[in-house]
Design a protein around this ligand. Structure first.
Ligand SMILES: *Cc1c(COP(=O)(O)O)cnc(C)c1O
Length: 346
């Protein structure tokens, strides 16, 4: 293995998607039993799907190449062309999936002006169209937990239950974009089964903070997943010996979940150093592994990120005023300390 693979000199804070497999994960992949998953015969994929379905106490699960695909398949299976999907204005499904809701499902969006990417039951209720030929039929609500653009914030579970009640009363399905659900669960002490009970479908990512190279899981009922399996094939997401990736995902779920708490602690330490600086403006509350903050001055995010890059620290400018940093498996305590020294000296 090349040396730079094992001990990278770069502190990568642009996203938690940059993690590379650990030697133990590579070993799990290397020794995985595989078969043709399009025939349903890959034992490692089947094991991961069963493991996740049991974890959430949901009937069935489907392994897909990406979280975009699990979200888009979920939306496709819950809607008809011409329907309306309710979500926050900063939802990943709406602003970061290439217009997929329109492209794949032929639906339009009613976007809610939520707070930090989180919406309320009342807002959902007010966004449902009446049964009127002029209006699109509202059929689905999508929420995100943790909220990506909302700085990794976590919903209060009671607020999700309230949204679920509005959905039930009005015959709407409820989908969870849980790309970072495990960050939320470990931060709040909630558990997977609470979520499995509430949602019609859940998407979880192995390739964010959990540290697998690729792969997401879509969860739902038997009938839903049967339909989803067909849509996955149509979208070109049926992979053959996908067990090598599934083995990485299972390893991530079994060995990297507790490490998420360390990422959260690292994020809080970095945030505490940043907030002391007078060039740092408003910062979103840091609840998990994402730090989003404003910088004062023209072009400040670009200048800040260039300054950091010269010191081998990579951050992401996400708007004309905001910078994002994300902690993960490959950001060590030493890297966090070094970064804090750089910030302190600025
Ligand atoms: C990363 C992410 C996804 C899925 O992204 P992929 O890169 O397609 O796996 C979905 N939702 C949120 C909130 C994300 O952060």
């Amino acid at each position: 293995m090349p040396v730079d693979y094992i001990c990278s000199m770069i502190t990568e804070l642009r996203s938690d998607t940059f993690t590379k497999p650990t030697p133990a994960m590579l070993q799990a992949m290397f020794t995985a039993q595989v078969g043709d998953d399009v025939f349903g015969e890959d034992p490692s994929v089947n094991e991961l799907e069963n493991y996740c379905a049991n974890l959430f106490a949901m009937e069935s699960a489907l392994f897909c190449p990406s979280g975009t695909m699990t979200n888009q398949i979920g939306i496709k299976c819950h809607t008809q062309p011409g329907d309306e999907v309710i979500c926050d204005k900063t939802s990943h499904v709406y602003i970061y999936e290439g217009g997929g809701i329109a492209f794949n499902s032929g639906c339009q969006v009613k976007s809610i002006n939520g707070i930090r990417g989180m919406i309320t039951a009342d807002e959902v209720k007010d966004s449902i169209n009446p049964d009127d030929v002029h209006k699109a039929a509202t059929s689905l609500v999508c929420i995100e937990n943790t909220v990506n653009r909302g700085g990794g914030g976590c919903y209060n579970f009671d607020d999700i239950v309230a949204i679920k009640n509005v959905c039930d009363t009005n015959g709407l399905k409820l989908h969870l974009d849980g790309a970072r659900l495990f960050n939320a669960l470990r931060a709040t002490g909630e558990n997977e089964k609470q979520y499995g009970e509430i949602f019609d479908s859940i998407s979880i990512c192995m390739s964010k903070g959990l540290g697998a190279p690729a792969g997401s899981i879509l969860l739902g009922s038997h009938a839903f997943i049967k339909k989803a399996r067909r849509v996955r094939k149509v979208m070109g997401g049926g992979m053959r010996q996908a067990g090598f990736m599934a083995a990485a995902g299972l390893h991530a779920l079994q060995h990297h979940q507790q490490k998420l708490l360390m990422d959260h602690d690292h994020a809080k330490q970095i945030a505490a150093a940043l907030i002391k600086k007078d060039f740092v403006g408003k910062m979103l509350p840091v609840e998990t592994n994402i730090i989003i903050f404003e910088l004062k001055g023209d072009e400040a995010p670009n200048h800040f990120c260039e300054f950091m890059k010269k010191r081998d620290i990579l951050c992401l400018p996400i708007s004309s005023t905001q910078v994002r940093m994300v902690t993960h498996l490959d950001v060590s305590a030493q890297m966090v300390n070094d970064l804090i020294h750089v910030i302190d000296a600025m």
